[in-house]
Design a protein around this ligand. Structure first.
Ligand SMILES: CC(C)(COP(=O)(O)OP(=O)(O)OC[C@H]1O[C@@H](n2cnc3c(N)ncnc32)[C@H](O)[C@@H]1OP(=O)(O)O)[C@@H](O)C(=O)NCCC(=O)NCCS
Length: 171
């Protein structure tokens, strides 16, 4: 493998050979990701090698959370609207042959970059996790758990960490 490209999913990508170890996520990529993307229900981004094999992917959609679900410390300076505009990182997975090499982290950076660059106002990225292991992965990358739902996390985009990531990606 010579290089990786980070792009929107397209017909040229090989979606069948991907295996992240979670059948539901493999199935989603193989069967639904392209269509959901085409119908604008999600934007699906992939990291692919120079043979168009997908090594990792994630999806982003518009979302909103109730302002009362966030920690008071996070919302004290926010406008008092009932909902806060966010982006949902609906799915994120890395092929088993490439896990543990930082690719998951680089896709989170890519998701932050793409969200910050979107035309919409977005205060944070949300994610819902299936277990505590996945939760610790996101916490490592700066996400905060919701107070009342331990399987949901958010990453404010005005946070210093994300501004640094944005800077790194540009330079
Ligand atoms: C979770 C997943 C996306 C992580 O991607 P990855 O490329 O392997 O992760 P990275 O190499 O960027 O890992 C970064 C850190 O997170 C930790 N980490 C990675 N996967 C983890 C997991 N499942 N549980 C706990 N920690 C994890 C790593 O130990 C690493 O920390 P370290 O640098 O201190 O060792 C990947 O393992 C995966 O696709 N798993 C199957 C699908 C899945 O569970 N998706 C999440 C749905 S909520």
């Amino acid at each position: 493998m010579r290089s990786l490209s980070y792009t929107l999913i397209s017909k040229r990508h090989n979606k069948q050979g991907f295996d992240c170890g979670v059948p539901g996520l493999n199935h989603y990529l193989a069967i639904y990701a392209g269509n959901d993307h085409q119908e604008r229900f999600t934007k699906c981004y992939v990291a692919a090698d120079d043979g168009d094999n997908i090594l990792g992917f994630y999806t982003l959609s518009s979302y909103a959370v109730n302002i009362n679900a966030l920690a008071a410390s996070a919302t004290s300076e926010l406008p008092r609207y009932p909902t806060v505009p966010t982006a949902l990182l609906g799915r994120l997975a890395i092929d088993v042959n490439h896990q543990g090499k930082g690719l998951g982290g680089s896709l989170i950076v890519d998701a932050i970059f793409n969200t910050i660059n979107s035309a919409l106002g977005v205060w944070a990225i949300n994610v819902e996790v299936k277990d505590r292991q996945a939760k610790s992965f996101y916490i490592k990358y700066g996400f905060y758990p919701f107070e009342k739902n331990e399987y949901a996390l958010y990453l404010p985009l005005n946070d210093k960490i994300t501004r640094n990531i944005f800077f790194l990606k540009l330079h």
